[in-house]
Design a binder for this molecule. Structure first.
Ligand code: NAP
Length: 276
């Protein structure tokens, strides 16, 4: 199984699991937890969640999924920008830990940049780590200029979680090379375009048919081909979970990549970071 090395040497699977839209009102939480457990069984042991998802509901689903198997899991959660201050971050973190029923997060991310100065958030993250509540910290939805603003703290930042899929390739111009240069892995969110129009695109269908695969697997193989990238597709349907896990075996040929490039042209100039 492909692994990605974090700056501190820890290895995590290149293919993990997302949880947005889980734990929302009216959703089947037991089925969602079962899907995540199936993903763990299939080696997708990095789970990404956030206090925002289902306003805490997704973290509760994750708690159910990882009960009794905490040691297998690399657990990531995120703090709302308005909670990312010196005073509020410790309380938000404590609430996440409580909902997740764990003592410590493996990684805690700033969900996106808000009004709190980055330096203050970094200080709060570092304090939480010193107290043993998180093992590492990172960011999400930060563009290159924001990362540069971190200054020396960039060396301490574990990852930047950003939108990256065939329909949103802007990060290939500068962000992915920047992170590679600094030895920082990137987490690709919405790697299959939220299961939308991308999966009905004809080039994907043709390439998928050639490999006896599905369009979603081609979309995942596209992001996974790049070293230092962790993809976190979300799937509550067990058939999707199995399909995504099997995408790790799909290796795209140079000719496949060329076809993808003509259907989804890579960026030729700087594009502002896209986010959902
Ligand atoms: P995604 O993973 O690209 O797509 C999820 C959607 O695709 C779901 O509707 C899912 O359906 C469907 N799906 C999953 N596997 C499939 C397959 N093999 N074939 C067909 N459809 C499939 O989108 P996402 O949830 O936006 O992104 C993934 C994760 O990234 C999130 O869950 C979250 O953890 C994280 N994220 C972070 C940010 C951020 O700002 N940091 C933003 C967005 C997302 P079922 O659920 O029915 O299986």
């Amino acid at each position: 199984m492909a692994m990605v090395q974090l700056p501190d040497g820890t290895e995590v699977p290149a293919l993990g699991q997302g949880t947005w839209r889980m734990g929302e009102r009216g959703g089947d939480r037991r089925a969602q937890a079962a899907a995540l457990r199936l993903g763990l069984d299939l080696g997708m042991t990095l789970i990404d969640t956030a206090e925002m998802y289902g306003e805490g509901g997704a973290e509760e689903v994750v708690a159910e999924a990882i009960a009794g198997r905490r040691d297998e899991v690399f657990l990531v959660s995120k703090v709302y920008p308005h909670n990312a201050s010196r005073g509020r971050l410790p309380r938000a973190l404590e609430a996440s830990l409580k909902r997740l029923r764990v003592e410590r997060l493996d990684l805690y991310l700033l969900h996106w940049r808000g009004g709190v100065p980055l330096a203050e958030t970094v200080e709060a993250m570092q304090r939480a780590r010193a107290e043993g509540k998180i093992a590492r910290w990172g960011v999400s939805n930060l563009d290159v200029d924001d990362l540069e603003e971190l200054g020396p703290a960039l060396a301490d930042c574990t990852t930047d979680q950003v939108l990256w899929n065939l329909e949103a390739r802007g990060v290939e111009f500068d962000l992915l090379p920047f992170c590679a240069k600094h030895g920082m892995p990137v987490m690709a969110y919405s790697p299959i375009g939220q299961g939308g129009t991308l999966l009905r695109e004809s080039t994907l269908e043709v390439i998928a048919a050639r490999h006896d695969a599905t369009p979603a697997q081609v979309a995942l193989a596209f992001v996974l081909h790049r070293p230092g990238v962790i993809a976190i597709p979300k799937a509550a349907d067990p058939a999707h979970v199995r399909e995504n896990a099997a995408a790790r075996a799909l290796k795209l040929a140079v000719s496949d990549m060329k076809e993808l490039d003509s259907a989804f042209p890579p960026p030729r100039r700087k594009r502002p970071l896209e986010m959902i």
